[in-house]
Design a protein around this ligand. Structure first.
Ligand code: ADP
Length: 634
């Protein structure tokens, strides 16, 4: 071993990764070239930025990527005139996990049932993918830094690598020499085959790529082309280049704006939400170009987070090329671009919704989770509100969706509100006693199933002069204008006579005495038709589900005090009245009142300890069983 040569071990995760790559039967191995070319392109970007910061571009070589092939030697080499790497950087970047997606790749490879093939294709897995085709790789590098030495890194991908200083000098940049596995030279050392691969995966790289002497990539800056010049396939091709998504985009937006700022943008809405596990939250943002030069990858200030499912690029003439990445965030031009882009995306979605509601619902099903975060975008509240969708009482099942505008088109005469109710499922919402009065009067109620939906409703507040209102905050008196539906009028028991009414008041007083200060009041309800009782918020501000969220946040485990409303027409209450009339102190009243109260708590999700409730149910069942046997003479 020459004196300057040193041997290093790969970090454990890299060995794990290499092991997966070398042994996978992945058929689409050609993506290794996409990864090498994309690394070269990044390095060229970095070289330009470094030179512009030092105000010294005199020694900068022309930016280009060259691929040379030697069939005899089974050799493919990718050379760039980019930023290069120092010894430390070689160790850090090619010996430890640098590629941000690699850790995710390994995690998903271990956890998910998705085939390795799909994962390799989607993640790319960076430099190391070269070992799918190489038996040895030699990287020669000289950093653009002043007086940096020329170095050679070499490894067969079997646990270790070596670095040595070279005697000869090198231009700044990197060359990656790929010694192909024996059976692969036909695929990756033939000029025509390699040109095809470059065209397929790297056509949109903004630096020239040569295979031999021929420049291969022809299309750059598709977004700068006039729309009528661009074919649908070209958009799709660019989308694949940008995202590696195997499916075509759901929507494509090609936008050119001249005022108040000049920019062109090409944006896509993917068919599928990728980050279903929420593990890759930072992987979003549009690529920002200034005059066709990439300034920032995944800029997160160009679109708000709730539109983070949008992929694409923005290119402006109104920023200086040497703008530093740090000051970008504060930049006014950028802010104007961002607000224009946001409006463009929202208008586009609006158009999709108008043109084809069912298609818009497909979008909603995929991206609503992220999109709903838009409740905090006050500047675009109206547009956002019009784009939300909810399940409703008019639907057959939980898959139906309606917009606020559709709801409004169906309101009853004089109705100035949009009503909603929250619950973990359609079944749960339908059991909510607060909604009985709405059903009785045929008033539509939107059903909300996710906690964020309530924040959405809270911040929308009103839509086209219709107040958005939680059903549980509605006072029955406010609904008096709407008559009960004919079919709801049946099955009512006879009205109480004067004496009964007086005794019923007595019963309520007795029930309040039994419950003490666990409730603020026990009173007759006008909202119930099927349930014997329900709990109502005395303040009427937060909904019970919102209140629950707040209690989790503030770690408050106490049970809130509410009003217990009872249904005087319910058989259960009429029975209690009969018992009360015979003996106001009957212990059955205590048992039943406790039971009613705790069942209501249970429905509202506040019952912390169900033991007493269960004990009482068993007690009541035992007695009921006894009475049943007696009555039926069994
Ligand atoms: P990624 O490119 O996603 O970061 P890679 O495994 O492909 O992951 O590369 C790891 C790192 O090695 C890169 O981030 C970069 O710093 C460095 N690198 C790779 N190729 C080059 C190159 N051609 N020139 C300069 N640096 C490079």
């Amino acid at each position: 071993m020459p004196k300057s040569e040193e041997k290093y071990q790969f970090k454990a995760e890299i060995n794990q990764l290499l092991d997966i790559l070398v042994h996978s039967l992945y058929t689409n191995r050609e993506i290794f070239l996409r990864e090498l070319v994309s690394n070269a392109s990044d390095a060229l970007d970095k070289a330009r930025v470094a030179a512009s910061q030092q105000d010294d571009s005199s020694s900068l070589l022309a930016p280009e990527i060259r691929i040379t092939l030697d069939k005899e030697k089974k050799l493919l080499t990718v050379t760039d005139s980019g930023i290069g790497m120092t010894r430390d950087e070689l160790i850090r970047n090619l010996g430890t996990i640098a590629h941000s997606g690699t850790a995710d790749f390994l995690r998903q490879a271990a956890e998910s049932k998705e085939s390795l093939d799909g994962l390799i294709g989607r993640f790319g897995v960076g430099f190391y993918s070269v070992y799918m085709v190489a038996k040895e790789v030699v990287v020669r590098s000289r950093s653009i830094q002043k007086d940096a030495p020329a170095l050679e890194w070499r490894s067969d991908g079997q646990g270790a690598y070596e670095i040595r200083a070279l005697d000869e000098d090198l231009p700044h940049g990197v060359s990656v020499e790929v010694h192909l596995k024996d059976d692969l030279s036909r695929d990756f050392a033939e000029p025509d085959a390699v040109k095809d691969i470059v065209k397929r995966h790297s056509n949109f790289i903004s630096f020239p790529i040569f295979v031999g002497e021929e420049r291969v990539n022809t299309v750059s800056a598709l977004w700068r082309e006039p729309k009528f010049n661009v074919k649908k396939e070209q958009y799709a091709e660019f989308y694949t280049f940008l995202t590696h998504d195997s499916e075509a985009p759901f929507e494509t937006l090609h936008v050119t704006v001249d005022a108040p700022v000049q920019f062109a943008s090409l944006m896509f809405v993917p068919k599928k939400e990728w980050d279903v596990f929420g593990m890759n939250r930072e992987n979003w943002g549009l690529d920002l170009y200034v005059r066709r030069v990439l300034i920032k990858h995944q800029d997160k200030d160009l679109l708000p987070q709730y539109l983070s499912f949008v992929k694409g690029v923005v290119d402006t003439e109104d920023l200086p090329l040497n703008i530093s990445r740090e000051t970008l965030q504060e930049n006014l031009v950028l802010k104007k671009i961002a607000s224009t882009l946001t409006k463009q995306v929202l208008s586009h979605l609006e158009k999709v919704a108008i043109d084809d509601g069912a298609r818009y619902n497909e979008f909603w099903a995929e991206h609503a989770k992220v999109f709903k975060l838009g409740y905090s975008d006050y500047a675009n509240r109206e547009k956002f509100a019009a784009l939300t969708r909810f399940n409703s009482s008019i639907h057959e099942d939980a898959t139906g969706l309606t917009s606020l505008d559709e709801y409004i088109s169906r309101v009853k005469e004089g109705q100035k509100q949009v009503f909603y109710a929250f619950g973990p499922s359609r079944e749960a919402v339908r059991l909510n006693p607060h909604l009985e009065i709405f059903r009785r009067k045929g008033l539509e109620v939107l059903y909300l199933y996710e906690p964020i939906d309530e924040f959405v409703m809270d911040s929308i507040r009103s839509h086209k002069e219709f107040e958005i209102k939680a059903a549980e905050h509605v006072q029955p008196a406010d609904l008096e204008a709407y008559p009960d539906l004919e079919e709801a009028k049946t099955d009512k028991p006879e009205a109480m006579n004067e004496e009964d009414t007086r005794d019923f008041d007595g019963l309520l007083t007795q029930m309040k005495a039994i419950l003490g200060d666990r409730v603020t009041e026990v009173k007759t309800s006008k909202r119930l038709s099927d349930s014997p009782c329900c709990l109502v918020n005395p303040d009427g501000h937060t909904t019970s589900s919102m209140d629950k969220i707040m209690r989790v946040i503030t770690k408050d485990a106490s049970i809130p005090k509410k009003v217990l409303e009872v249904n005087p027409d319910h058989a259960l209450l009429r029975n209690l009245l009969a018992v009360y009339k015979k003996n106001p102190q009957d212990e059955f009243l205590g048992l039943s009142t406790e039971q009613l109260f705790e069942s209501a708590l249970l429905l509202e999700g506040y019952l912390n300890d169900p033991h007493a409730l269960v004990g009482r149910i068993q007690d009541l069942l035992t007695r009921a069983g006894g009475w049943y046997v007696e009555r039926e003479g069994k």
